[in-house]
Design a protein around this ligand. Sequence first.
Ligand SMILES: [Mg+2]
Length: 311
Amino acid sequence: MKVLIAEDDPISRRILEAMLVKWGYCVVTAEDGEQALEALMAQGAPPIAILDRLMPGIDGANVCRKVREKENGTEKYTYLILLTIKGSKEDIVSGMEAGADDYIAKPYDEQELRVRLSAGRRIIDLHKELTTAKNHLLEQSRTDPLTGILNRRAVLSELHAQMARHHGESGRLSVALLDIDHFKNINDTYGHAAGDSVLKECVLQIESALRCDRFGRVGGEEFLIVLPRADESNLQAICGRILSMINSNAIIFNGISIRITASIGAAAWDGIESMDILLARADKALYLAKNSGRNCMKISIPAECAVMAEY
Ligand SMILES: [Mg+2]
């Protein structure tokens, strides 16, 4: 594990460095507070730092304060140990208040320093484990387990973010609802494993027809595609590509070739209406596509010119 030693006295710095290297740490050194801060903010910075309390420029306590300010709201955590003069209670109190995790009084005992570093190492390892577990849970909470794409909540939150970004701009954002036609028949005829396989394959086909648009599974066989920078003609081109990908590629399941089609209801956002209204328009367009014989798309354009275009 990497450890930063920030100490202005060259002899003390070298003694510390030699000890830490002996204990198996990879040492980075700094001669003053500025250098220490720079090293701690760099890419791949040491997760543990031993900081001399008294250094020219930014002292150890101020390094602690600045590190904590920078870490605030991020996943980064640096374990900070202050080197203080023995008996200086004020140094200890102000250092810990500034964000230090621990302190070692000079002249320090070698064994004490070794075990305090080990304690820091345990904290850093725990922090890493917690961060990984938290990110894993977050990922799981956003993912549809079958297809690996965004789930309903995550794709709606993506749409919400895009609406906030393009608020007030007409023709900058569209949505498309895609529903696999007669999906129940696939499950009834070939079984649920075949149905799952069809869903996964369908996701790959949608993915290959999209630009870098995000999409998610919002229901059993229904997908919501969020299309930024898509006006009506982009929308027509992209949805047309998706439908032709799906209806021209048979899905092979256990040696059986399954042909599917899908219907799309899309809606271009006027930059003002609510998410519920936008989605309701897409849903209505999807309903019309289904009623027009399926394997087709309908595009709903904003209410002021309430027209349902057919393709
Ligand atoms: Mg000093």
